[in-house]
Design a protein around this ligand. Sequence first.
Ligand code: SAM
Ligand code: SF4
Length: 361
Amino acid sequence: MGPAFLFGARAAILPPMTLLYSQRDILPTHAVRPLIDRYGRQISYLRVSVTDRCDFRCVYCMSEHMEFLPKSEVLSFEEIDAIASAFIARGTRKIRLTGGEPLVRRDIMELVERLGGYIGSGLDELTLTTNGSQLRRHAEGLARAGVRRINVSLDTLDEGRFRAITRRGRIADVLDGIDAAAEAGLKIKINMVAMRGVNDDEIEPMMAWAHGRGFGLTLIEGMPLGEVGIDRVDSYLPLKELRQRLAARYTLEPTDHRSGGPARYDWVKQTNGLLGFITPMSHNFCESCNRVRLTATGQLYMCLGQDDMVDLRATLRTDGPAALDAALDRAMQLKPKGHDFVLDRDHTGPALSRHMSVTGG
Ligand code: SAM
Ligand code: SF4
């Protein structure tokens, strides 16, 4: 069945906007011209922030009175679909939806279903990172759309502490959401930002809880992104130090397990589970970076910790989807060698004014 026929067949059933933008039916089964940056790194992983909004205000991520972008500036689902398909046509195999909180965007399942349609046609994996608050109502839909694994962010198991960290979240909703995801058959990895004096006494209990339920646990070092509600220097906990602490009590066996992202994993013998470490501060992993990030308003950032970007929304709205391909080539010329986060008493402010929720965590 040729592409032209398929295109014609879809014309009868799809709204005009979809036809205009989606290249779903004309995707090659493999990338002809992979996206390779100036340092020889192939980009095969796109993270998409579907909204900068969130129902939480985690102290390390947002300020208490966060101002969100006007909705009119945010990419439509058609536009996200067009950009995703341009990436897939150039060899992107994994897409992660994030934000902000991806599951608070209205009708988000519509986008998940659209992008899920690319799985097996260039895309290997569609996944998302979520705070879990809305998982109960979406878990089954995610599984139906082809999502197999999700990351759920959870920094504590203590109700009061959870409320203090998120400033407004209810841990019961998140735990219930995690149950729903497990019931729907989704594989779950828990992300925990490790903070000295905030939750560093909970690493072992979290590991026992996560591994006891068959979930992975990945620890993350706090990064200096945006003005927030926490002293980043005081709360910074180098994961190397934490790993040494854990190694005194547990047998940590290094593995070559990779999840397509920056985490490095140990197998913990006693708890029978994977423990991941994401160490942007103490150990720079940029040499193997395979990712770029699309903001909710369509700016493509080549690095979480740098300002280089290409405005794909402008490209799309001015010149149409055919212009995206060349824009991706331009973007590859801009991908920096790495971030240069510094965090000490001389550098207490954010390395970048852009919050994680804007670029997409
Ligand atoms: N709202 C979703 C969530 O919390 O999972 C997705 C977006 S959130 C920005 C993605 C991840 O970034 C979360 O695991 C969060 O803990 C992490 N994060 C946010 N700000 C961070 C920071 N400044 N340093 C390190 N991790 C951060
Ligand atoms: Fe929201 Fe996620 Fe940021 Fe917390 S980490 S404020 S849940 S976007």
